[in-house]
Every structure is written in structure tokens, then in C-alpha cells.
Design a protein around this ligand. Structure first.
Ligand code: ADP
Ligand code: MG
Length: 491
């Protein structure tokens, strides 16, 4: 792989191309060593990438890149893991090369190589003299301070950090808002209201804010708890005639986070108490962060004044995941688990498990656990087998009827032609495409699919699948058509 001690025309320099991660690079090409120039060029390339792809994408995928060496017209770039290497190479490789070539006409290609130890080295090297804001967060588990908040705050999941949160279009805004709250000492919007469907990362983001604040400023008391816990404590306080202590506790915190406030719906006395707590904290300039499954105005059984109070800060919603985000999350989780998930399997999962991140994660865990148990590599076949039940459940979203309708519309034929015996090419081809998509997008068996297409035999379906695959290989506009249809059906 990489020969760091190789003698050659390269000189050793230290650069801080990654924030807080000074790494050693060797710069220069063709014996004409010029570290300063190399470093400046790399910084400009990074700047361009950040501008072009946006802060969120940059942070998730491009920030971990480190410049290793420029030599013989090749730029060698290090990444910490194989997953990242594959991802960066397929998604950003061409662009990185183009930007480098623009910076320096001598550069003709880039190598992206795995340098697993680099991160660790860099972390230790960051040392105490790196600026606090730029330093990498320490492992949360060791950073947890002892303070009054521990009394009432629920435990925080050490995996739910900003580092482990994959940012994409659907959660970009919520993520940016959460980061802003975590990083600023003054209250910029109150409350921050995060909402979105189940399993899309609301709790993860809240924990991430809590970890970040606790680590940066152990003196601030941060309380995170579910609305249910809040209610429970309140009810108990009433029972034990201890409401004064309850009020004092909650009103002395710096940051209060209440997760899943929809559960307060219909609980009038708890809402009342929460409303007063909220006002007391807000009046003192303390930060409040709320999550729910709906926007403030859509919350059921909430008193109007509370609803409007909840909506008066910044309201950020997390949208359903996209294919791209799901793929990114799989890559990230696989990396955390240090397992090798073939690209095909990752793509398959991202295509099939579309409900939410929690389910996606669960599916990946099952696949990994199974592979480790039987001591075999993860393959597409084993994945399909292990997730059989789950895939069927997710499938219900796309029906064969839907596929037939969309495909017929697309090719401008009648839906009834999907069942007919007409063999004319302009009808037969779309029918084959629909069969192919039915095989791809549902987990129906070949005979089942055949039945839905006017009672055809399973060998006819098999033939259709083969034919479409063959055509996709030779006819790029046909391939595009099929891909477009697939996308339309999946969204
Ligand atoms: P919610 O609170 O919205 O129901 P969670 O925060 O509990 O969802 O997320 C469900 C699971 O999915 C968690 O394990 C979380 O770590 C994971 N998850 C959700 N979104 C992301 C993301 N963008 N990146 C990484 N993991 C995520
Ligand atoms: Mg949650």
C-alpha cells in the first residue's frame, strides 16, 4: 500500500489541511520540491469542493481526505476507510481530478488510497494547543461531566453524536440548526423545534447537541428527556407533594430538551406545567429544544397557546430519506462496525429498505450478525435470504399493478396490454420492462409475477428479465428509460 518511509524526491512537511488534524504530507513533484505551493493548491481544491457540493456533503465525505503526496503527475489522497475510498472515488473522483488539473497542468490523475492509521495519528497529534473549536470532539463517554443535570436527564447514547450523523438533503437544515444551537453560547432561536417521521434522526440530533455542549462546556447543565419522562416526573412530584423541587430542578437548567412532545397531547396538567417551565426558561434566556412527529400547528390535543409558543422559534423538519442518504448511512454504519459490506448489497438495501433509518440500521445489523454467525462474507444472496420477511413488508409500497400502470403510461400503451396476448413489439417490449421492474422492485416470485401478467408462465418472466438486462447493456437510451421508471416508482 503506502510506503511512508520511501526515499525519494519528496520532502516532509506538516500541513493542517484538515481542521484540527495536522497530518504529515510529502509534497513536490518531479524532484522540484515546493511544499508551500502544493499545500496552497490542495487548500484551493478543498475550497472549491466545499463550494460546489455544499457544507453538509463536504463535511460528511470530503473533509476526511488528506493529501499524501504529489509526484509524477499523480496526486495521492488518503482516506481513513475503504468505504470512504469507494464512495469518494465514484462520486467525487472525477471532480477532484479536474480541480487538481486546473490548479496544476502537470497533474494528470489522482489516486485515492486507504490510510487507516492516519486518523488516529492525527487525533493524537491535534494535541492541546489546537484551537478548542477546531479540535475533534473526544469520545463522548469520557467527556461526560458530573453535574446536576445527571439527576434528571435521561442517559445519552454514546453513538448519537454529530460525527456519526450522516447529512444529506432531507436532514441538512435540521442538522445545521442543531449544530448552530450546539455551538453557540447565546440563544439564537427559542425553541428549536425539530420534527419528522419516526426513525429519521430526531433523537440522534438532540443527543448530539447534548454531547457537544457537555463536552465543550461541562459547566452548563443540559437536560434531555422524553416528554413521557417529563410527565412521569411531574405526576410523581404531585403525588409526593414535591412540586416545588420539581419546578426548581427544571428551572435551573441551561438547556432543556424534551423529545417527542406529541405524547403530551391531551395531558392538560402536564402541558400547563410544561408551558410555565418553558416560559420561565425562555425568559431567562435559556435554550429549549423540542422534538415531535408533527409540526407545532399539527400537534393534536395541544393547547393553542402552547402550540404557538412551540412554533415561535425555529421550526426545522426532517424529511423522508433519499436513496443517496440511505446509501451514505449504510456506508457509515458499516464503517463503524468495521465490516465489509459489498457495494451491491449496500445499493440493494438502500433501494429496498426505504421506510426509515432505524429499520435500515436494523436490516444491516441482521445481515452483519448473520454473516458473523455463520462465518461467511456478506453477499447479495445471503442478504435477500436473511431479510426475506422485512423485504416483503417494505415491498407493499410498490405493487405490480402500479408498475404496470406507470410503464404503460410511459410507453403510451393501454394498461390492459400488460395482460393481453398481443405480441407486437411496441406492446411486448413495455410488458417485458414491467416484468423486469416487478422482479427488481418487489419480492414476488417469477410464477406470481407471471400470473399478474395475464397468467403467463414463469419462464416467460425469466426470459423478459434476461432480455431487458441484455438490452440495457447495449442500448443506453433504453437503459436510461428503465432507470427513470425505476426511480419514478420508488419515490
Ligand atoms: P427519531 O428520534 O426521529 O425517531 P432516531 O434519532 O432514534 O429517530 O434515529 C433512529 C436510528 O437511526 C438511530 O439509531 C439513529 O442513530 C439512526 N439515524 C437516523 N438518522 C441518521 C443519520 N442521518 N445518520 C446516521 N444515523 C442516523
Ligand atoms: Mg426519537
Amino acid at each position: 500500500m503506502l510506503n511512508v518511509s520511501a526515499p525519494g524526491p519528496w520532502s516532509r512537511v506538516t500541513t493542517d489541511t484538515q481542521i484540527g488534524q495536522p497530518v504529515e504530507i510529502r509534497g513536490g513533484w518531479g524532484g522540484q520540491v515546493n511544499d508551500e505551493i502544493v499545500r496552497a493548491q490542495w487548500n484551493r481544491v478543498r475550497g472549491r469542493l466545499r463550494d460546489e457540493f455544499g457544507e453538509a456533503t463536504f463535511k460528511s465525505w470530503l473533509n476526511p481526505l488528506s493529501l499524501d503526496v504529489v509526484h509524477g503527475g499523480q496526486v495521492r489522497i488518503g482516506v481513513p476507510t475503504r468505504f470512504l475510498r469507494d464512495w469518494v472515488a465514484t462520486h467525487y473522483g472525477d471532480r477532484i481530478r479536474a480541480l487538481w488539473s486546473k490548479e496544476n497542468a502537470e497533474v494528470s490523475g489522482i489516486d485515492i488510497v486507504v490510510m487507516p492509521n492516519r486518523e488516529k495519528v492525527a487525533e493524537t497529534a491535534a494535541g492541546a494547543d489546537a484551537p478548542a473549536a477546531a479540535r475533534l470532539p473526544a469520545a463522548p463517554a469520557t467527556a461526560e461531566p458530573v453535574n446536576v443535570a445527571d439527576d434528571i436527564s435521561a442517559a445519552l447514547d454514546p453513538r448519537y453524536t454529530f460525527d456519526n450523523f450522516v447529512v444529506g438533503k432531507p436532514n441538512e437544515f435540521a442538522h445545521a440548526a442543531a449544530r448552530r444551537v450546539a455551538e453557540s453560547d447565546t440563544v439564537s432561536f427559542n425553541p428549536l423545534f425539530l420534527y419528522g417521521g419516526v426513525g429519521l434522526g430526531k433523537t440522534h440530533l438532540m443527543h448530539a447537541v447534548a454531547w457537544h455542549i457537555r463536552e465543550r462546556n461541562p459547566g452548563r447543565s443540559v437536560i434531555y428527556l422524553s416528554a413521557e419522562k417529563f410527565m412521569y416526573r411531574f405526576v410523581r412530584a404531585i403525588r409526593f407533594q414535591d412540586t416545588m423541587a420539581f419546578k426548581d430542578q427544571f428551572r435551573s437548567v441551561d438547556v432543556l430538551m424534551i423529545d417527542d412532545v406529541q405524547f403530551m397531547g391531551g395531558k392538560d396538567s402536564t402541558q400547563e406545567e410544561f408551558f410555565h417551565t418553558f416560559n420561565a426558561l425562555a425568559d431567562q434566556g435559556r435554550q429549549i429544544i423540542i422534538s415531535a412527529d408533527k409540526s407545532p400547528s399539527d400537534l393534536q390535543g395541544m393547547e393553542e397557546r402552547l402550540r404557538s409558543r412551540l412554533g415561535c422559534g425555529l421550526v426545522a423538519d426532517i424529511h423522508a430519506t433519499t436513496y443517496e442518504l440511505r446509501l451514505g448511512i449504510i456506508a457509515s454504519k458499516a464503517e463503524q462496525m468495521a465490516v465489509d459490506v459489498p457495494r451491491k448489497v449496500a445499493e440493494f438495501l438502500a433501494h429496498k429498505i426505504t421506510s426509515n433509518v432505524r429499520e435500515l440500521e436494523g436490516a444491516l445489523n441482521r445481515v452483519v450478525a448473520h454473516a458473523q454467525l455463520v462465518g461467511r462474507d456478506i453477499t447479495l444472496e445471503s442478504t435477500q435470504e436473511v431479510l426475506h420477511d422485512l423485504l416483503r413488508a417494505n415491498d407493499r409500497r410498490i405493487t405490480i399493478e402500479e408498475i404496470q400502470k406507470k410503464v404503460a403510461e410511459h410507453f403510451n400503451i393501454r394498461t390492459s396490454d400488460m395482460h393481453s396476448t398481443r405480441r407486437a413489439r411496441q406492446v411486448a417490449r413495455p410488458r417485458q420492462v414491467a416484468m423486469y421492474l416487478a422482479k427488481q422492485l418487489t419480492s414476488r416470485s417469477l410464477p406470481e409475477i407471471g400470473r399478474k401478467f395475464g397468467g403467463r408462465d414463469h419462464t416467460t418472466v425469466m426470459h423478459a428479465v434476461k432480455k431487458v438486462e441484455e438490452l440495457r447493456g447495449v442500448d443506453s437510451s433504453f437503459a436510461e428509460d428503465v432507470e427513470l421508471l425505476r426511480r419514478m416508482l420508488e419515490n
